[in-house]
Design a protein around this ligand. Structure first.
Ligand code: ZN
Ligand code: ZN
Length: 109
């Protein structure tokens, strides 16, 4: 193993320990979250200022556009609603399914 890898492993281990022991008292504001590939995901995250752990996530409901936090959101399952959609409630999900498909998009059936 190279020195670089050893250092990286040690760093990861220390960060993990810090995150486990931290009380996450000081949190950042909501900041846009970018995926590893650099794509804007439409999500926002709140992280701990001390240990850098992501403590909360939110995104906008695909129907009503209000913010919904990770613990509450309902994800599109790729069946009735496409992947990458998020809803604040069952009601919004149902409304969304009822919406007519955009021009040019044909349903599978
Ligand atoms: Zn923390
Ligand atoms: Zn909604």
């Amino acid at each position: 193993m190279s020195s670089y890898e050893e250092l990286r492993k040690e760093f990861e281990r220390k960060v993990k320990k810090l995150q486990e022991q931290c009380n996450h008292e000081k949190l950042s504001n909501w900041i846009p979250y970018q995926s590893a590939s650099g794509h804007y995901t439409g999500r926002e995250v709140k992280s701990c200022k001390r240990c850098n752990l992501i403590v909360n996530e939110r995104t906008k409901c695909s129907l009503c556009k209000s913010y919904v936090e990770k613990k509450d959101w309902i994800k599109g399952d790729g069946d009735k609603v496409s992947f990458g959609t998020y809803f604040c409630s069952e009601a919004c999900l149902i409304e969304y399914i009822k919406l007519p498909l955009p021009e040019g998009v044909k349903s599978k059936d």
